[in-house]
Design a protein around this ligand. Structure first.
Ligand code: NGQ
Ligand code: ZN
Length: 461
C-alpha cells in the first residue's frame, strides 16, 4: 500500500498550505508534510482539502443507545439530574454484547463524522447485579474490541467511582455497576495497560468527579496510576452543574475547580471535562496549568449545563478540545459550530473563536481542538506534522456546499453550512483509509448490530 497522499490543500499546524505531499511510515506515523511539492502522477490525490483528524476527548459509548429517548417531559421541571436518573435506568440493563455492538456502531459513526480517535470514559464495570464479571475487565475488553474493529484510535479511561456525593456519601443501588475500590481499579489498570498498548492505544484514568471520588481515593489512585505510567492522561468531570458547585462549597468551602487545583497536581496531563462553572480566578488558574478544557457543546446544551466562557479561557492561553459525551450528536464539525454559536449568543458578537493570526473561525477552531484533543488523549495525534500519526480527513470538494470554493471556505462551509450532513469524503487513521466515499466498510453490519442491541435493551424489563 502506498504511504503517500498528495493534497492540493492541507491544513498544517501553521495554517493552510498548497500542494502538500504527505508521507508516513509503516507504523502510520507521518514522516514528511511538504508544501509546494510538484503534483506527482504516481501518488493518490485527495478528493478535497485535507484536515487533521479530530480527537474526540470525551465519550460514554453506552449512552449512544438512548440518544433521542430522553426528550420528553417527565417532571414538572426536567434537568440534568432527572436525565441522569433515566440514564441510570438504561445503564442498569446493558450487557457486554450490547456494549460491544453499541460501541462498534458509535465508533463507525465517529469515523464517518471526522473523529479519528476517542477518549472512552468508561464507568460501566460490573454485571447487572453490581458484581464483578468473571473476567473483571469484561466490558473494557468489549470497548477495546469495538475500537479495534472500527479502526479508531483509543485512549481508554477506566473510571473511579466510589461515592454518590461530596463527603463520601454511600453510592446508591443505581450506581452499583460503577463502584470500585482503589485497589481493584489499580489491578484493572495493570491488566489493561499492555492491551491498550498492543493496539496502539493509551491507557489513562478518570476519577469520575469530585462528587464520586473522595480525596483519599483520588490521592491513592493517582499515585497508583503514576507507578504504571507517569505520563498517562487523567480526566475528570468538573463543575458541570451549578448544584454541584453549591454542594462542593458546602462540603469544602471551595468551588470544585479551585478545590482540585489546591489538592491535586493539575497539569497538562489533565482534562477538565465541562468545567462550565468557574469564577474569574478559576479560569485564570486552571488555564495556566496547561490542563485541557474538555468541552462537549451538544451534550452540554442537551443537558442544560450552561455556557463555558471560551473567550476568557483563551485570554489565559487555555487549551481546549471537544467531545461528544452522551452522543446526542456525533459530528466533529457540529460541535465546533455549536461551541462558536454559544459564544455568539452570550456575547452578541460574531467570529468569537478566531484571532488576528487566524481570522477564519472554522480553521482556528479545528487547529485548536486538534491540539487540545491530542493533549487530552496522550497520543501523538496533534495534526499534520512529522512525528504525529497519519490521522486525517479529506473533505469532499465535489459537494454543492463546497464545490468551487477555496480551502478555508470549504472548511467553513463544512462546519457552518453543511446543514447537518457531512461533507467528508475519506478518513485515514494511522495511514490507513478507514472511511472511503463517506462510508465505513462495516457501516451496514455495525448499524444492524446497534439496532438489534437497542431493540433488545428497550424490550428488556
Ligand atoms: C456521566 N454525564 O458520567 O455519564 C455523566 C452523568 C454524573 C455528564 N456529566 C453522571 N454529562 O455526572 O453524575
Ligand atoms: Zn461525561
Amino acid at each position: 500500500m502506498s504511504r503517500t497522499l498528495f493534497a492540493a490543500d492541507a491544513l498544517l499546524p501553521e495554517g493552510w498550505a498548497r500542494d502538500v505531499l504527505l508521507e508516513w511510515d509503516a507504523e502510520g506515523q507521518l514522516t514528511r508534510t511538504a508544501p509546494a511539492s510538484t503534483p506527482p502522477t504516481d501518488v493518490p490525490h485527495a478528493a478535497g482539502p485535507v484536515i487533521p483528524g479530530m480527537p474526540n476527548l470525551h465519550s460514554h459509548a453506552f449512552q449512544r443507545a438512548f440518544g433521542g429517548l430522553t426528550e420528553f417531559r417527565g417532571a414538572a421541571q426536567d434537568s440534568f439530574w432527572s436525565w441522569r436518573s433515566l440514564m441510570y435506568r438504561f445503564a442498569a440493563r446493558i450487557g457486554p454484547e450490547q456494549v460491544e455492538a453499541i460501541a462498534t456502531w458509535l465508533y463507525v459513526e465517529m469515523l464517518e463524522a471526522g473523529y479519528t480517535s476517542v477518549c472512552e470514559f468508561h464507568y460501566l464495570h460490573h454485571d447487572l447485579d453490581g458484581r464483578p464479571y468473571a473476567d473483571d475487565a469484561e466490558l473494557a475488553l468489549a470497548l477495546l474490541r469495538a475500537a479495534d474493529r472500527a479502526g479508531i484510535g483509543l485512549t481508554l479511561l477506566p473510571v473511579l467511582y466510589q461515592a454518590s456525593g461530596f463527603g463520601d456519601k454511600a453510592p446508591g443501588p443505581d450506581q452499583r455497576r460503577f463502584v470500585r475500590s482503589t485497589d481493584s481499579m489499580l489491578r484493572l489498570l495493570d491488566r489493561l495497560q499492555p492491551l491498550c498498548e498492543a493496539q496502539g492505544g493509551q491507557l489513562g484514568l478518570a476519577p469520575h468527579s469530585l462528587r464520586a471520588v473522595p480525596p483519599d481515593g483520588l490521592r491513592a489512585a493517582l499515585a497508583g496510576l503514576n507507578a504504571i505510567d507517569a505520563a498517562a492522561p487523567i480526566h475528570i468531570h468538573i463543575a458541570e452543574q451549578t448544584a454541584e458547585v453549591d454542594a462542593c462549597i458546602e462540603w469544602s468551602g471551595q468551588r470544585p475547580v479551585a478545590w482540585l487545583l489546591d489538592h491535586a497536581n493539575v497539569d497538562a496531563r489533565w482534562c477538565l471535562v465541562h468545567a462550565t462553572h468557574m469564577d474569574a480566578d478559576e479560569y485564570h488558574r486552571a488555564a495556566a496549568t496547561g490542563a485541557v478544557a474538555g468541552l462537549c457543546p451538544t451534550t452540554e446544551a442537551n443537558l442544560g449545563d450552561g455556557l463555558f466562557d471560551l473567550a476568557r479561557w483563551r485570554d489565559g492561553d487555555g487549551v481546549w478540545g471537544v467531545g461528544s459525551d452522551s452522543h446526542i450528536c456525533v459530528n466533529a464539525a457540529e460541535e465546533l459550530m455549536l461551541l462558536e454559536y454559544g459564544q455568539r449568543l452570550s456575547t452578541r458578537q460574531r467570529n468569537v473563536t478566531a484571532d488576528a493570526a487566524q481570522p477564519q473561525v472554522a480553521t482556528a477552531m479545528t487547529l485548536a481542538a486538534v491540539l487540545g484533543g491530542a493533549r487530552a488523549s496522550g497520543r501523538l495525534i496533534g495534526g499534520l506534522a512529522p512525528g504525529q500519526r497519519a490521522d486525517f480527513v479529506v473533505l469532499d470538494a465535489s459537494r454543492p456546499a463546497l464545490a468551487g470554493l477555496g480551502a478555508a471556505d470549504m472548511l467553513s462551509s463544512h462546519v457552518f453550512a453543511s446543514h447537518r450532513t457531512s461533507a467528508i469524503d475519506a478518513v485515514w487513521v494511522g495511514g490507513r483509509p478507514v472511511v472511503e466515499r463517506g462510508t465505513h466498510p462495516i457501516h451496514s453490519t455495525a448499524a444492524a448490530g446497534f439496532v438489534a442491541a437497542r431493540t433488545r435493551l428497550l424490550d428488556s424489563p
